[in-house]
Write a protein that binds this ligand. Structure first.
Ligand code: CUA
Length: 418
């Protein structure tokens, strides 16, 4: 069969398109393996979801190839071959073929059934921890706030000094970093205090909405110890895009050590009575460009190693400066919104900060937790997270001003809270 010039052009375009698609797909194998990729799951729930995605893709691909082939065949075979052809009358129209029509309905139903059965099984599977594993499940409650995540460890108890200094049991929560034991199913209760958020850890599980006045839940499991990125996946206001969190999965022994460290009151660095005056180090802080990334390349290369490093006290702490920061935390009314167990601060509006120095990130997973970024956040939180409560209802409403020395003291105090 000889092809007309227009068919040749069509084939040329088709070849270029096929080549471009292949290059894009091959590149995709590399591009798709980011920290929030669902194509490289690291837990059973995400793996289940990926298999379902692939099955749906295969069914659609088969339909696409069949329909596309028939269409291409008809276009080539019955095209107008010359000017005479183009002016020809439309041939007599047929009125359908019952066999073909019923066959196509049957094929469509079959395709839907092939997708529907595993979909229903997947919904059932991801809804709750499998019965056989329920006994081994660990339970936490995640609560969405504009714009951060709170994690309550309902099976653990923290220690808080009472008025006499005696330690009493109290609830225990963290913020923006969910630490879990690897290899165990985790049941996550999902709550919201304000608007609808959505809880998603692409490599582990999700997405399920966190609804006001509704108790949702999901479960997840990390195959092995590691560091995972999470993200709010439902538009929830102006800083939705920067409402992130991290999941750190630890071996059982490391997890127990972490729980014991978190349950303890805040680490307390106190200056000796004859200590020298605080050193001012604020001049060393750098300024950031608008929208500059909040993590360094070194941190992104091995965040799990960074997490382990972050558990250790920083070198060269200035106890006098930390003392000053502790007092300022109250004087500047930070304490009316944040809890720091052991230092007498029990605010519940914002994230608990008892061990904030041991987290790898601040500002809901957006900024790396180092003195520069902590200073950036405290100095002007609205530039990092527009509309956030700390700025609008804290600084602005209470006319809070921080000098460079104040900011330096607060950075040192918060960094000391391991
Ligand atoms: Cu919370 Cu989007």
């Amino acid at each position: 069969m000889r092809l007309s010039p227009s068919s040749n052009r069509f084939l040329r375009i088709a070849r270029v398109a096929a080549l471009a698609a292949t290059v894009a797909l091959l590149q995709g194998c590399y591009w798709f393996d980011g920290p929030q990729s669902t194509f490289y799951p690291e837990g059973p729930v995400a793996r289940h979801q990926l298999q379902l995605f692939y099955l749906t893709c295969w069914v659609c691909l088969v339909i696409f190839v069949i329909v596309g082939s028939v269409l291409a065949y008809a276009m080539l075979k019955f095209r107008a071959k010359d000017a005479e052809d183009a002016k020809a009358h439309v041939p007599e129209q047929a009125h359908g073929n019952p066999l073909v029509e019923i066959g196509l309905i049957g094929a469509s139903v079959l395709a839907l059934v092939i997708i529907a059965i595993p979909t229903l099984a997947g919904i059932y599977y991801s809804f709750d921890v499998p019965v056989a594993e329920k006994g081994d499940a660990y339970e936490v409650t995640a609560t969405g706030y504009q714009w951060w995540f709170k994690f309550d460890y309902k099976t653990e108890q923290a220690q808080v000094p009472d008025a006499t200094g005696k330690l009493v049991a109290a609830p225990f929560s963290t913020a923006n970093e969910l630490v879990i034991p690897a290899g165990r199913p985790i049941r996550v209760n999902l709550r919201s205090v304000d608007v609808i958020h959505s809880f998603w850890i692409p490599k582990l599980a999700g997405k399920v909405d966190m609804m006001p006045n509704r108790a949702n839940h999901l479960w997840l499991e990390a195959d092995k110890p590691g560091y995972y990125w999470g993200q709010c996946a439902e538009f929830c206001g102006e800083s939705h895009a920067v409402m992130r969190f991290r999941v750190i999965a630890l071996s059982p022994r490391e997890f127990n050590d972490w729980v014991a460290a978190q349950a303890a009151p805040a680490r307390r660095v106190v200056a000796a009575a004859d200590a020298p005056a605080p050193r001012a180090q604020f001049a060393a802080y750098r300024t950031f460009k608008v929208n500059e990334a909040g993590t360094t390349a070194a941190f992104d290369a091995s965040p799990f190693a960074a997490w382990h490093q972050q558990q250790l006290p920083p070198a060269g702490e200035d106890a006098a400066l930390i003392d000053k920061g502790r007092a300022l935390f109250n004087a500047k009314t930070c304490s009316s919104c944040h809890t720091i167990r052991g230092d007498g601060y029990l605010g519940v509006v914002g994230p608990e900060l008892t061990h904030v120095g041991s987290r790898t990130t601040i500002a809901a997973g957006l900024l790396e937790n180092n003195p520069d970024e902590l200073h950036r956040w405290i100095h002007a939180p609205n530039l990092v997270k527009p509309g956030n409560t700390m700025w609008v209802k804290g600084y602005v409403a209470n006319n809070i001003q921080l000098t460079a020395e104040d900011e330096d003291a607060l950075v040192h105090y918060l960094s000391s809270l391991k």
